[in-house]
Design a protein around this ligand. Sequence first.
Ligand code: IPE
Ligand code: IPE
Ligand code: MG
Length: 231
Amino acid sequence: MNNLRHIAIIMDGNGRWAQARGLSRSEGHRAGSKQVEAVVDAAIAEGVEVLTLYAFSTENWNRPRLEVETLMKLFAEYARHSLDGLQRRGIRLRVVGRMDGLPMLPRMALNHAIEATQKNAVLTLNIALNYGGRAELVDAASKVVAARMKSGDSSPVTEEEFAAALYAPDLPPPDLLIRTGGELRISNFLLWELSYAEFYFTEVLWPDFGPAELHAAIEEFGSRQRRFGKV
Ligand code: IPE
Ligand code: IPE
Ligand code: MG
C-alpha cells in the first residue's frame, strides 16, 4: 500500500458550479468555502498528515475586482470563523504564498489563526494563497542568493540547499495531487514539490467534492505503482 502523508488539491470549478445554477461567481466561491470543513475532516479520518488547498493563485488577481474582493473577504472570514473548530480538532493552519501581498484583513486574521494553532498536531492544513509555483521558485532563488552573498560561498547550489529556501521546507512533498473541475493542468501549483506526486483529475466541481470523492481519489492512489525513477 502506498504511503499517503500529504494530499494537495486544486479546488477548481466554483464559477461553473454557480453558473449552472444561475448564481454569481461569488456565490460559487461561498459554496466552495463551505466544502472545506468536510474535506478537512475526511482527510483526518483517512489518516493524512498534511492537506494543501490551492485557494488563490498569483494569476487570480487578474479576475474582476468584485470577485477578488469576495475571495479576500472569504479568506478573512474563514480564518476568523474556523479558529475554534481548528483548535477543537487539533488542526495546525499554515499558509504558503506571498502573504505580504494580501489585503490587511485576511492577512491579519490568517496570521492570528496560524499563530494560535501552531502547536496542533492532528493535521496541517496548508492554504496556498497568493501562491504561484514560479513565484515560489524565484523567492527561493532570491533567498539563496542573499545567503550566498553574506557567506561568500560560491560552490554549486545543491537541491537540499534550494529546497530549504522554499515556502514550507518542513512539510513532506505531496504524494497525491487532486484537481477538481475537469481541467487537465496544474496552473502554476507546487512546481517543485509535485515532482513525484500522483495526479488525480475529476470532473466533479469543487462545491460538490466531499468525503466520498476524496475516498475515491485515495483508493485510486493506492493502486498506483510509484517508482521514483527506480525499477
Ligand atoms: C476555483 O474556482 C477557485 C479559484 C480559482 C479562486 P474557479 O473560480 O476557477 O471556477 P471555474 O474554473 O471558473 O469554474
Ligand atoms: C487554479 O484555478 C487556481 C486555484 C484553484 C486557486 P484557475 O481556475 O485559476 O486555473 P486556470 O485559469 O483554469 O488554469
Ligand atoms: Mg477555474
